[in-house]
Design a protein around this ligand. Structure first.
Ligand SMILES: C[S@@+](CC[C@H](N)C(=O)[O-])C[C@H]1O[C@@H](n2cnc3c(N)ncnc32)[C@H](O)[C@@H]1O
Length: 175
């Protein structure tokens, strides 16, 4: 099971102070991946690839964005080690999402908390179905949390694991 396989990377990341989602939130992410079976996945905030290894563990194709070159390099090694079909974009997620034009089945937002609100409309445009956002109960996410809970195109629930996970499904509009 992927969470067990990632145990060493989890421990090492905690020891080095790398803010990964860890196994408890990882289990939630894995449950969603298994239920929804997303083929195309976008992640904002790669770090060393811990959550990316979970997101891509069921064979989906992962595109992940990271601003720190060293982290992106470590993620590349981890994706290779755990045989994850992943492409890393090295850059600012706020700028990158503006330029993306393909659709994703699932988007995982886990980068600079105060910038979540800046990528929300692009993420809604880019997703077919699901947006998951980590640390939703922290102060820097207050506007983002308020917006996803009242957005006309989203149905959102807050999962109370650690400092909260926003789980939003895009409403299907019949034309
Ligand atoms: C919480 S960590 C990501 C953890 C990772 N998702 C995991 O659980 O394994 C946040 C990451 O976002 C990156 N980051 C911060 N601001 C960013 C930005 N504007 N664009 C892209 N990445 C950014 C940081 O360098 C850091 O590696």
């Amino acid at each position: 099971m992927v969470i067990l396989k990632l145990k060493k990377l989890e421990k090492e990341s905690i020891r080095r102070g790398i803010p990964i989602i860890g196994s408890e939130r990882g289990e939630f992410l894995l449950k969603i991946i298994r239920e929804e079976k997303p083929k195309e996945i976008l992640e904002l905030g790669t770090a060393n690839g811990y959550s990316g290894c979970i997101l891509g563990s069921e064979g989906g194709k992962l595109l992940t964005v990271e601003l720190a070159e060293k982290s992106a390099g470590e993620a590349k090694e981890n994706f290779k080690k755990f045989k994850i079909n992943a492409e890393i974009i090295f850059g600012d997620a706020v700028e990158v999402v503006k330029k993306l034009n393909k659709k994703f089945d699932l988007i995982f937002i886990d980068f600079a908390k105060k910038n979540y609100i800046d990528v929300l409309e692009d993420c809604i445009r880019l997703t077919n179905k699901t947006i998951i956002a980590d640390n939703i109960n922290v102060d820097d996410c207050r506007d983002f949390k308020k917006t996803i809970l009242s957005h006309p195109l989203l149905e959102t629930e807050i999962i109370n694991i650690n400092d909260g996970i926003g789980y939003s499904r895009k409403k299907q509009i019949l034309k």
